[in-house]
Design a protein around this ligand. Structure first.
Ligand code: FPP
Length: 315
C-alpha cells in the first residue's frame, strides 16, 4: 500500500495556490476562502505551513472582509457568508493572528444571522441549514463571543433536527447525512450539549458507513468517498465510538486514493485529486494518529495545538 506522500502533497497544494488561471481555480473562485482553509490546514497537519508566505495569505484574507456587514466573502468583491467567515477566522487562528480582527463586528455579523427559532441563516438571503449553526457556533467560540447568541435556542434547534436513527439532517425532518451529523455533533460538542446525542444509536449508524473497500460513505447505499473519512470519523471520535470501525482498512483506503506522481488525494481510487479531498484524507489520517502528522481537533477542525493556543494562551 505504501506510505503517505507528504512531500508530494505539500507541492500539490502550493501548486494549486499558484495556478490562479486554471479551470479548477476559476470554477472554485466563489469558495476560495474555504479552499484556502482546506489547503492551509492540510499544510499545517503535514507540518509544512511555512511553505506559504504568511503575510501574503493574511492580507488576502483581510481583503475579503466586508466592513459594512462584518462578515467575510469567498473571494474579493463577492458577498459575505457565515461559512466563508468561519474559514477566514480559522485561517487567522492557524497563523495566530486573530488579534487583527474586529471581533465585535465579526461576531455581531454572525449573531444577526440567528433566527427566532434558534436556527441560523447562511447569509442575508435566508437559507437555513444546520451547517450554518455549526459555522456560527464554531466561529463565535474561536472568537470567545458565544455570549452574543442564544446558545440554548441554537442547541434546541439542532436537537429538533435529530432523527429516529440517531442522526441529523439539514433542517427538522431532513434525512440523516454524515456531513450534517458532523455539523450537529460538532456544534453540540462546542456548546457543551453532547448529552442530547444517543451515542450508541448514532455510533451504530456511523460505523455502518464503512464499506467493503474500507472507505466510508455518507449515507446508506452510497459509494465510499474520502471526504467521509472526516465527516464520519470526527463524529465517531466526538461520541467516543471510533473503535467501532476498522481503522487500518480506512487508512489503507485513504492511502490508495493518493496521486503518487503529482500529489493530492481524490474521492476514490484513480479519480482526479482536489484540495477538498486532500484535506479530508489527511485530516482523517490525523484523527487516526497516522505517524508524522499533527493531531486535529474533531470539533473545531483545526490542529490541536492551534485550539489549545486559542483557549489556553495567556494574554
Ligand atoms: C457533505 O456535502 C458535507 C456536509 C453537508 C457538511 C458541510 C460542513 C460545513 C460547511 C461546515 C464547515 C466544515 C469544516 C470542516 C470546518 P456534499 O455536498 O459533498 O454531500 P454529498 O456527498 O451527499 O453530495
Amino acid at each position: 500500500m505504501g506510505d503517505l506522500e507528504v512531500h508530494k502533497h505539500v507541492q500539490y497544494i502550493i501548486s494549486v495556490e499558484k495556478k490562479k488561471e486554471s479551470f479548477e481555480a476559476l470554477v472554485m473562485e466563489h469558495l476560495r476562502m474555504n479552499g484556502a482553509y482546506w489547503g492551509l490546514t492540510t499544510l499545517d497537519l503535514l507540518q509544512n505551513i511555512t511553505a506559504v508566505d504568511q503575510e501574503e495569505v493574511i492580507s488576502w484574507v483581510m481583503s475579503c472582509w466586508d466592513q459594512d456587514s462584518g462578515g467575510f466573502t469567498g473571494t474579493v468583491g463577492h458577498d459575505p457568508h457565515v461559512h466563508y467567515t468561519l474559514s477566514a477566522v480559522q485561517i487567522l487562528a492557524l497563523f495566530d493572528r486573530l488579534d487583527i480582527l474586529d471581533k465585535d463586528k465579526v461576531s455581531s455579523y454572525i449573531a444577526r444571522l440567528q433566527n427566532e427559532d434558534g436556527s441560523f441563516s447562511g447569509d442575508i438571503w435566508g437559507e437555513i441549514d444546520t451547517r450554518f449553526s455549526y459555522c456560527a457556533i464554531c466561529c463565535l467560540s474561536i472568537l470567545h463571543c458565544l455570549d452574543k447568541i442564544n446558545v440554548e435556542k441554537a442547541v434546541n434547534y439542532i436537537v429538533s433536527c435529530k432523527n429516529l436513527d440517531g442522526g441529523f439532517g439539514c433542517t427538522a425532518g431532513g434525512e440523516s447525512h454524515a456531513g450534517q451529523i458532523f455539523c450537529c455533533v460538532g456544534a453540540l460538542s462546542i456548546a457543551g450539549a453532547l448529552h442530547h446525542v444517543d451515542r450508541d444509536l448514532l455510533g451504530w449508524w456511523l460505523c455502518e458507513r464503512q464499506c467493503k473497500d474500507g472507505g466510508l460513505n455518507g449515507r446508506p447505499e452510497k459509494l465510499a468517498d474520502v471526504c467521509y473519512s472526516w465527516w464520519v470519523l470526527s463524529s465517531l471520535v466526538m461520541i467516543d465510538r471510533v473503535h467501532w470501525i476498522d481503522k487500518t482498512k480506512l487508512a489503507m483506503y485513504i492511502l490508495s486514493c493518493q496521486d503518487r506522481e503529482n500529489g493530492g488525494i481524490s474521492d476514490r481510487p484513480d479519480n482526479a485529486v482536489d484540495v477538498f479531498h486532500t484535506y479530508f484524507g489527511v485530516a482523517g489520517l490525523s484523527l487516526m494518529e497516522y505517524p508524522g502528522l499533527k493531531s486535529i481537533d474533531p470539533a473545531f477542525a483545526l490542529p490541536v495545538d492551534v485550539v489549545n493556543r486559542i483557549f489556553f494562551k495567556k494574554p
